[in-house]
Design a protein around this ligand. Structure first.
Ligand code: CTP
Ligand code: MG
Length: 245
């Protein structure tokens, strides 16, 4: 069984919304609800743990209760987050079911993830032990030197921009977090904790649309992606429909 931890306990400072951005509306629905709906479509996902800020637990419970009367959502537990994302994931890990073999971590702030991306990460994590959704970078990346000048230009063909979901065998993710805590290591994603154990992490194809809503402009971009997706769904004729008079 796959358990998914959804870190949603940030403060959305770069969004400048003065409120946790995961509750902001995207196409008439809170970002968090969009995100959870995608996981409801993946059969392997048997458990969902939403990690929210201290004091946001009740609001989240009410939100998910009312959203689940309209949409299919996974069964979610609500857990209180920590200071940094890594602390929030750790808090979520504490309540993962003993039945889970794979744990996915997915940012609540990436509502444009799809069941196909989630499915690929699950399969890759089962195969390799760890996997991350990622896309080849489109820009040329420079490494800056201390003097503010370019120090080097890495070969772009080897560079990938990493997203979530990130998926791991449960015991590996627990061990990686325990080691990071023991060493005082802070990573910017979950995979970096696993990488420091010397364990392999597979790059699994994500999508350029699977953006993290970080700054106000990202919400506008996400709205257009969402609208385009809806329009594509509207013109797709379901099998058999419209064939009979
Ligand atoms: N997150 C979390 N706990 C924290 C910090 C972040 O669960 N202490 C979550 C966010 O809610 C988000 C994801 O981690 O879904 C990615 O973080 P980010 O995009 O940085 O969100 P915020 O921390 O909310 O934004 P900012 O850094 O601009 O304040
Ligand atoms: Mg943050």
């Amino acid at each position: 069984m796959v358990s998914v931890i959804i870190p949603a306990a940030g403060q959305g400072r770069r969004m400048q919304a003065h409120h946790n951005k995961v509750f902001l509306m995207l196409a008439k629905e809170p970002i968090l609800v969009h995100t959870l709906r995608q996981f409801a479509e993946v059969e392997d996902v048997g458990e969902c743990i939403v990690v929210v800020g201290k004091g946001e637990e009740k609001e989240t419970f009410e939100l998910l209760k009312s959203a689940s009367s309209v949409h299919s959502l996974p069964d979610c537990r609500i857990v209180t987050g920590g200071e940094e994302r890594q602390d929030s994931v750790w808090n979520g890990l504490q309540v993962v079911s003993p039945d889970a073999d794979i744990v996915l971590v997915h940012d609540a702030a990436r509502p444009l993830v799809t069941p196909a991306i989630i499915g690929r990460v699950i399969r890759a994590a089962r195969r390799t032990g760890g996997a991350v959704a990622a896309v080849p970078v489109k820009d040329t990346i420079k490494v800056a030197g201390d003097d503010g000048n370019v120090a080097s230009t890495p070969d772009r063909s080897t560079l990938w921009a990493v997203q979530t979901p990130q998926g791991f065998q449960k015991d590996l993710l627990v061990r990686a977090n325990e080691q990071a805590i023991a060493d005082g290591f802070r990573g910017t994603d979950d995979a970096s904790l696993v990488e420091r154990l010397g364990m392999p992490v597979e790059l699994s194809l994500g999508s350029y649309e699977n953006i993290k809503i970080t700054t106000p402009g990202d919400l506008i971009i996400a709205e257009s992606f969402w609208k385009a997706r809806q329009e594509a769904d509207d013109i797709r004729v379901p099998e058999g429909r419209g064939l009979r008079a």
